[in-house]
Design a protein around this ligand. Structure first.
Ligand SMILES: [Zn+2]
Ligand SMILES: [Zn+2]
Length: 235
């Protein structure tokens, strides 16, 4: 594991020599995401309830939808229907472009600020959606962890990367139909401790919400009083 940052640095260095850094969307500038493209990405016009997918104030799960098995709310910055956002997230996930964590967390903070609920998360602990060890070893890093660290710094709240682990090696949700996703992810996570407290789960993108709801269920079962999520994009 100790080699990974070293290899990543070497890899980045080699990549920078071959491909000088430029915006992955427009190919201009000297950053992976230029300010102009960042500003143009389609924002989510309304926050959505993670259960019924209908608009919900602040992204808070409707009182008629929330249970012990769901999130209490979710905040997302971008619309995943925007092809540029898909490209951005794909690059972040599969091409080791860790520098994208900063602009992506910045856009989440912008949305939280826009919703006027910045102070709401003061007592929360951030938890990145964990990868299975096998997948982490293969990929070298967990993009949700990088995003979580950047968001933790921005919101000035702690990040706990070990409280929840992935016990089951599952088929990537993206390869499954919506109705298969819930079964696929069932009991995929575990925790060895009590989880009394409030938590903010972090991931790059949410689609059906099955993964985030599954973690919320686990945390609430072990003592959590409230579980929210923040993602870069909402599909
Ligand atoms: Zn650009
Ligand atoms: Zn609802």
């Amino acid at each position: 594991m100790k080699f990974i940052p070293y290899i990543k640095t070497l890899g980045r260095l080699a990549a920078d020599l071959v491909f000088p850094i430029s915006c992955i969307i427009c190919g201009q500038g000297e950053k992976f995401l230029c300010e102009s493209c960042q500003a143009k990405l389609t924002r989510l016009d309304k926050q959505l309830c993670v259960v019924c997918k209908k608009p919900a104030a602040y992204g808070k799960t409707h009182s008629t939808c929330v249970t012990r098995n769901t999130l209490d709310g979710i905040i997302s910055a971008l619309s995943y229907t925007d092809k540029r956002t898909k490209k951005l997230i794909g690059t972040f996930k599969y091409q080791f472009i860790s520098d994208l964590a900063a602009p992506m967390s910045h856009m989440i903070v912008e949305e939280i600020t826009k919703q006027g609920i910045t102070g709401y998360f003061a007592e929360f602990t951030i938890i990145p959606v964990p990868l299975h060890k096998r997948r982490l070893n293969w990929r070298g890093f967990n993009q949700a962890e990088l995003l979580a660290e950047a968001l933790g710094k921005n919101l000035n709240i702690p990040v706990d990367k070990t409280l929840v682990t992935r016990a089951k090696f599952t088929t990537p949700q993206i390869e499954l139909k919506a109705e298969q996703r819930k079964t696929n992810i069932e009991n995929a996570f575990e925790t060895k401790n009590t989880t009394v407290g409030r938590y903010l789960l972090v991931d790059d993108v949410v689609t059906t919400g099955s993964t985030l709801n599954e973690i919320a269920k686990l945390l609430k079962k072990h003592g959590a009083t409230e579980v929210w999520a923040a993602t870069s994009a909402h599909g």
